[in-house]
Write a protein that binds this ligand. Sequence first.
Ligand SMILES: Cc1cc2nc3c(=O)[nH]c(=O)nc-3n(C[C@H](O)[C@H](O)[C@H](O)COP(=O)(O)OP(=O)(O)OC[C@H]3O[C@@H](n4cnc5c(N)ncnc54)[C@H](O)[C@@H]3O)c2cc1C
Length: 477
Amino acid sequence: MTVVLGGGISGLAAGYYFLQRFGQPLAIYESSTRLGGWIRTEQNAEKGFIFEVGPRTIRPKGQAGANTLQLVEDLKLNIEALPSTHEAARNRMIYANGQLCLLPNSLGGLFKRLPPFKKPLATAFFKDLFAKSKKVKYGDESIYEFAERRFGTDVATYGISPMICGICAGDAKEISVRFLMDDLFEKEQKYGGVVFGLFVSKLIQSLKGENRTPTIKTVPYLYEQSLREKWSMYRLENGLETLPQKLTEYLKSKNTNIQTSAECNELVFDNDNVKMNIKGQEINSKHVICAMPSYKLADCVKDQHPSLSAQLLLIPYVDVAVVNLMYNANDLLKQKAFGFLVPPVEKLPILGVIFDSCCFDMHGNTVLTVMMGGKWFEQNFGQNPTPKELLDVALKYVDQILHINQEPKLNRVHVLRKCIPQYTVGHKQRIINIRSYIDHYKLPLSLCGAAYDGVGINDVIFSARKQILELRNQNEI
Ligand SMILES: Cc1cc2nc3c(=O)[nH]c(=O)nc-3n(C[C@H](O)[C@H](O)[C@H](O)COP(=O)(O)OP(=O)(O)OC[C@H]3O[C@@H](n4cnc5c(N)ncnc54)[C@H](O)[C@@H]3O)c2cc1C
């Protein structure tokens, strides 16, 4: 029987695609007491709002976005979409030099000088047109260096750095350019400049008659709707946790053996068999799909494959503190926006604040989420801050920046340990090396999840699907 290790969204999705493809029984082992991993919704049905502890929205873009929408459609989940014309989708802010600054949200905005930028952002494109090209050693550099080199220091400091804080709570000076700008970087390396490279490749594309429609076989109805209605992002009715819940229901209805509190401690590969130690019991399988964090897999293979373990350990993770706040009034936010991010150069102990109730209806309540820590967790809070210390910091900056000084009616503080892998410089090559090692030793092991092919929900679901598609035939499982 095939085994999936890890019952987060990638493990559950892997189980789902496995059943769809092979229709054979499988087992999923999850170490904690619940399924869903970092996706966790706290309901307050009586007051009509929800707190998302982890992810809250999904973007309906590209192949991976279309793939998730197909899954959402298959599971008959209800969506609440945020169109790109909505003020929360249009307005994104950063907090810099003591004020909230709206980032340009229209073509016209690119030609105005908006603080904290010293020049209109459009000038960054001119800088790229005239900047010298550079062949980057080892084919990778930090996203900060790349943005600074091509578009100037302001763009790197106030555009890219806060964006990296928002996506992976990381430091743009360490994160690989290939994490978010793989395509732009390739264009620069090939054609000598980003704008010029984009122009040339667009021209080639249109001459060849190529288009960018997702290559999954049938385009999901919801994806078409998202294009028609110009969705910027969406959430699920009753919160994102309904996705892992529905997947679990489906898997159970197909007799999948799902076990919680079932931690895998060791993996031993022997020809075409994998021996696992789960809760002290020996489990055997022909193939294992590993959807747990890479550092956990490193621990499981360290005795038999120390060099694979060492490579897996090169993927660092960061801790994030999430503070959810609810106020019993709906007019506390002066700015209608998605929220704001704080560039690391400001040296504040918060990464940013999401205006949940601005994006979606929270039944007349103001709901905010303050994100803190990430790459700077220990530096700002030490090793073990108390929930009260974290709450006090969150409230201090909500007061200072948003001028909300009343006590929230409800709050929740969570510290999510090692929750986001960091795609630092060299990550792409590291993953190639890890997968080559697995191929070379013909290990019956597939890897999916946030450590490898992207950190967002779309990425990990798509990664799970691709790993199942790569299983060649039923003998292999
Ligand atoms: C605060 C936060 C906000 C985010 N916001 C967004 C967002 O708005 N939109 C978006 O697209 N993405 C967002 N993300 C990213 C998204 O949550 C992740 O991509 C996704 O949840 C990762 O899923 P996963 O299954 O790969 O990993 P996980 O959720 O980490 O699941 C792995 C599972 O493996 C289990 N496990 C660990 N060790 C073992 C073991 N030895 N044996 C068995 N099981 C084991 C774990 O308990 C866990 O359940 C956010 C992430 C965080 C932390």
